[in-house]
Design a protein around this ligand. Structure first.
Ligand SMILES: [Fe+2]
Length: 248
């Protein structure tokens, strides 16, 4: 259990204003040239430095594996990971790196889960995967989780706060089923006014997840060495503009 969840349990009337970043970052696009994350070696190193300065001690490199948009293979990611480790050593950045991927929930992922040819990382052998964000519960969710449950891995659903399908009563029941099936949940950390618990659709989702104790990992989902870390940077308002903790 995380410190901020325990804190919430002791003081339920004063929810935290941010989702605290953790020393272990399970979601970052730090391999360069493979997806919409880091574009160059220098950019990747700047991102590692940023995460290190932010308190990370371990970062999982989780490039997209998405049959339509980023048709990466585990082998390609392994080679890029070796390059990143060498670059980190040369730059003397004190950060442990793990190799994973952010799998998109498609037929190719279900096939990979069935065959067991998956990139799993960390002591829990996480397999990070993302689902479509639209309003409909993804049809492949059942098949993928069933296949993963037969492997010695732990499914980790990426940025759960983003899914519109999960915000409905039906979606909440699906999340409950996923928990029962052993799926763990990752949310993206608070950046500026984004993902503030209780604020906006994503923030309200995070608040509900916190209330249930269903947040297992917090990731940066960092794509660029910028304040908001997104592929297409946009200005992030200063945290000072946030509403006070507990404000409506
Ligand atoms: Fe991501």
């Amino acid at each position: 259990m995380f410190g901020f969840v325990r804190k919430l349990g002791r003081r339920p009337a004063a929810p935290p204003r941010t989702v605290a970043y953790r020393p272990r970052d399970c979601h970052a696009h730090v391999l360069w040239g493979l997806d919409d994350g880091a574009r160059t070696r220098d950019e990747a190193l700047a991102m590692l430095g940023l995460l290190r300065d932010d308190g990370a001690r371990v970062v999982a490199a989780t490039s997209h594996i998405h049959a339509d948009r980023f048709p990466n293979t585990p082998e390609r990611l392994r080679r890029a990971f070796d390059d990143l480790c060498r670059a980190r050593d040369a730059a003397r950045i004190d950060l442990e790196l793990w190799l994973g991927a952010e799998y998109f929930l498609d037929e190719a992922f279900v096939d990979a889960a069935r065959s067991g040819e998956l990139l799993a990382f960390g002591p829990d052998r996480y397999v990070l995967f993302e689902a479509p964000t639209g309003p409909t519960v993804p049809v492949l969710l059942d098949e993928a989780v069933l296949a993963l449950s037969r492997r010695p891995v732990t499914p980790l659903l990426a940025h759960v706060e983003r899914y519109r399908w999960a915000r409905t009563d039906e979606g909440w029941e699906v999340l409950e089923d996923l928990r029962a099936a052993g799926v763990r949940f990752q949310v993206n950390r608070t950046v500026g006014r984004v993902n503030v618990p209780g604020v906006g659709g994503r923030g309200r989702m995070i608040e509900r997840l916190l209330d249930r104790g269903w947040i297992d990992e917090v990731g940066s989902d960092l794509h660029r060495p910028t304040a908001d870390g997104r592929p297409d940077p946009h200005p992030v308002p200063a945290p000072a503009t946030l509403p006070a903790a507990g404000a409506p």
